[in-house]
Design a protein around this ligand. Structure first.
Ligand code: ASP
Ligand code: MG
Length: 459
């Protein structure tokens, strides 16, 4: 029987004691799993902050010292034997030394080329894999660390946001990982065709784990979280959300896209074709391998609404002027310029007098500037709009269910929520409204009440 690929993320590495939960979870597996691990909680952000600060050498040293102290705390608690601990300290010291050398190098030359940036950020994950492997081994679980560069996990080479090349990686990854021991792989990066470290995008360890699962033909991708799997809404927004036991790949992708933070949006991409299921567990509650939520093929999942979700990472740039919506060429110029500036457009909605560009909020200012610089004739006003949220209803079949638009708008209207834009049909599995951010909680509750009325809870 094939083995599972198991992902432990930043939320599994928040405090020193978390390592005990990881040991317990790993012991639940009848066959040694492949582990793909993220950086300890907050470490990637810290690496970015120090790298981008204009600080002095001392700042880099202080950070690597902090990392050393932090890792040593885990090792002290979980490896009693001093000799054994010292051996791990030595390996840890070498890795941290390599990190500070690269960081000091960029500091001296006063510039960070993208491929060096990727290399620096990969250290968060590489420290985790070293520590996890050492602790598993000390606790009698046969384990070794396997770095993406050693197993040939190859990417398309795009710096900062690469995609894994499954075809090129499959054989080498498969043959590099022995069946009879736990293999620990640092997530978040792969290797470019030139042999350089390339990151898989922020939050990319989910995607690396999915890529490894695809390469080895895993029986499942298991994701261990500190929450109770997928729910019908954020428990911070509604009082008693329902657990979603089964989800389709498309639904999971839409949920990630619309803000549910359980999985990175790209996670399902490597798994869909091979129908490898994703199983979600809560590390604080697991006594067995009974998953809270399973994500699998769409056709094996009952259709209908699954969850109300939201994202705040949303803004609109409105380009207004008589006839902009029907003048040929304007949209092409705008999207061309944004593409050249590396800005991702989430959607475009036009009317006779306005073109609305939907974006991530962080891109709004730059988009405004880029479009203004085009000095387009016929454009009257360029209006950035922020403090918006998107609330979405996700579930297979919603995109073409005739009553969804009516049901959602009715629920929102009854709660006195005005929406700026409403969209249904862009995806088979989602319908959404753009609203003022201040109305968000009211809107989520209204939609949840309409589609998941309290008292009808299953599971
Ligand atoms: N540590 C990386 C990040 O923070 C990757 C991950 O956590 O999945 O983006
Ligand atoms: Mg994550």
């Amino acid at each position: 029987m094939a083995r599972s690929v198991v992902k432990f993320g930043g939320s599994n590495f928040k405090s020193v004691g978390d390592m005990a939960k990881i040991l317990k979870a790993v012991r639940l597996y009848p066959k040694p799993p492949i582990l793909v691990v993220s950086a300890f909680y907050g470490i990637t952000n810290e690496l970015i902050a120090v790298m981008d600060s204009t600080g002095d050498e001392g700042e880099i040293r202080r950070m690597t010292d902090r990392l050393k102290t932090m890792k040593r705390e885990s090792l002290e608690q979980f490896i009693d034997d001093e000799e054994a601990r010292k051996a791990v300290y030595a390996r840890l010291g070498e890795r941290l030394e390599a990190l500070s050398r690269v960081m000091l190098g960029t500091h001296y030359i006063g510039e960070i080329p993208p491929f060096i940036r990727d290399r620096i950020l990969s250290y968060g994950e590489r420290l985790s894999s070293l520590i996890v492997t050492a602790i598993l081994e000390y606790h009698g679980i046969s384990a070794s660390e396997y770095l993406p560069e050693d197993i040939g996990l190859l990417t398309d080479g795009e710096e900062g946001n690469a995609a894994v090349d499954f075809t090129a990686s499959k054989e080498s990854v498969q043959s590099a990982l022995p069946q009879d021991q736990v293999c620990v792989i640092p997530g978040f990066y792969g290797i470019s065709p030139e042999g350089r470290i390339t990151l898989l995008g922020r939050g990319g360890t989910d995607y690396s784990a999915a890529a490894v699962a695809r390469c080895v033909g895993a029986s499942s991708l298991d994701v261990w979280k500190d929450v109770n799997g997928y729910l019908s809404a954020d428990p911070k927004a509604v009082a008693s959300p329902q657990r979603i036991a089964r989800l389709g790949y498309t639904e999971a992708a839409e949920l990630s896209y619309f803000g549910a933070s359980i999985l990175h949006p790209r996670t399902v991409e490597p798994l869909e074709e091979k129908e490898i299921p994703i199983r979600v567990f809560n590390i604080d509650a697991a006594e067995n391998l009974e998953p809270l939520s399973i994500i699998g093929p769409d056709e094996q999942t009952p259709p209908g609404p699954k969850s109300v979700t939201f994202t705040d990472d949303f803004a609109v740039l409105t380009i207004a002027g008589a006839g902009v919506g029907i003048k040929p060429g304007i949209l092409a110029k705008v999207t061309g310029a944004l593409d050249a500036a590396g800005i991702n457009i989430k959607s475009v909605v036009t009317s006779q007098t306005a073109i609305n560009i939907y974006l991530n909020e962080a891109d709004l200012e730059n988009t405004h500037k880029t479009v203004s610089q085009l000095q387009l004739k016929t454009v009257g006003q360029i209006l950035p709009r922020k403090n918006l949220s998107v609330v979405a209803l996700v579930g297979d079949g919603l995109g073409d269910a005739p009553d969804v638009a009516q049901g959602m708008t009715k629920a929102l209207a009854a709660a006195d929520v005005r929406f700026q834009i409403f969209s249904v049909g862009a995806s088979e599995a989602a319908a959404y409204a753009v609203i003022d951010r201040g109305d968000k909680i009211v809107a989520i509750r209204a939609l949840h009440e309409a589609y998941f009325p309290a008292g009808e809870e299953s599971s």
